[in-house]
Design a protein around this ligand. Structure first.
Ligand code: ATP
Length: 308
């Protein structure tokens, strides 16, 4: 008589069903037990603009603690709304020293959503462009990003947009992964999430052209390898100071990129680099996803072990 049936899991493709975002005027949701009221925050200045909204540096009126507040555009279309729901779902789930911490999420009755994050005072890794980055500095950055990726992949989260603009650093020499707008939590083991999502320039060959004859079903479902390709390109960019696939074009068109990523040879570390670094880059940028090393394997690569 009192039969109890467990409810089926919602598929990942549907709108995520998660706890609703709290209103700013009341309690706010948080991955920590401490909640911060939106009315206690004071804007200091604008930190930057993204496609989804504006990020402000804010200060807590009583504690003077500094945070970054991402205010998401109100007039979102359904795709952007969907991305925001996914991002907040993931932000609530993750808690790692290698991922930018989300303290609270606020929603006003008007629909305006703001995300309160840990403040990373040195901004994104894009700011390193033009600087000479030594191998030991690169190893320090690579190790932290890989620890973040290893953590995320362990939770079956694929980031899908690893690039210098989505990696933030602070003056404690910490580097953290940010921006989960196009990330995804993998539900089924055969879920193929290597679709065309994220920033084209850093996309792996199998994601760029998943219909190519040499992309097997196994390659398509090896979603985490796509993050490793993007990570490898990002590390190489930091090392050489420019986008490594097309040195002379700032904003290459889609066809040029497609040729470089899918038909060209994988980019390599410059000849003058150590053998360990050359091998490290090679292990990240193998064309076949099954041959690319995983984040945990890369953490044990000689390039990172020797710089420990
Ligand atoms: N937690 C943070 N601490 C310090 N600065 C931040 C933080 N988050 C974002 N920023 C700054 O704000 C800028 C915009 O960030 P945002 O995440 O909205 O967009 P984006 O990642 O640059 O672009 P898009 O969302 O279009 O991919 C970043 O480039 C960075 O300079």
């Amino acid at each position: 008589m009192n039969l109890k049936l467990s409810l089926p899991q919602a598929p990942s493709t549907s709108l995520p069903c998660f706890i609703p975002i709290a209103t700013a005027s009341t309690t706010v949701t948080s991955s920590t037990s401490n909640t911060i009221s939106a009315s206690d925050l004071e804007r200091v200045n604008v930190l930057g603009f993204g496609s989804g909204g504006t990020v402000y540096k804010v200060s807590h009126k009583t504690t003077s603690a500094t945070y970054a507040l991402k205010k998401v555009k109100e007039d979102m279309d359904s795709t952007s709304r969907h991305q925001l729901l996914r991002e907040t779902e993931i932000l609530r789930l993750v808690d790692s020293p290698y991922v930018v911490k989300c303290h609270d999420i606020y929603e006003k009755p008007s629909g305006e959503v703001s995300i309160l994050m840990e403040y990373m005072d040195l901004g994104t890794l894009e700011s390193l462009r033009g600087n000479v980055v030594k191998e030991d500095q690169l190893a320090l950055i690579a190790r932290q990003v890989l620890k973040g990726l290893s953590y995320l992949h362990g939770l079956k989260i694929v980031h899908r947009d690893i690039k210098p603009a989505n990696l933030l650093r602070n003056s404690r020499e910490e580097v953290k992964i940010a921006d989960f707008g196009v990330s995804k939590i993998m539900v089924k083991s055969l879920d193929k999430s290597n679709t065309f999502t994220g920033t084209c320039a850093y996309m792996s060959p199998e994601r760029f052209d998943s219909e190519a004859a040499d992309v097997s079903e196994e390659d398509k479902s090896n979603v985490y390898a796509g993050d490793i390709w993007s990570f490898g390109l990002t590390m190489l960019e930091i090392l050489v100071g420019h986008f490594p696939l097309l040195a002379h074009e700032d904003k290459p068109d889609w066809a040029t990129l497609m040729c470089a990523v899918c038909l060209g040879e994988s980019p390599k570390a410059p000849e003058e680099c150590s053998e360990e670094l050359k091998s490290f880059v090679d292990c990240c940028l193998r064309k076949k996803p099954s041959e690319r090393w995983t984040a945990s394997q890369l953490l044990n690569h000689p390039f990172l072990l020797q710089q420990d």
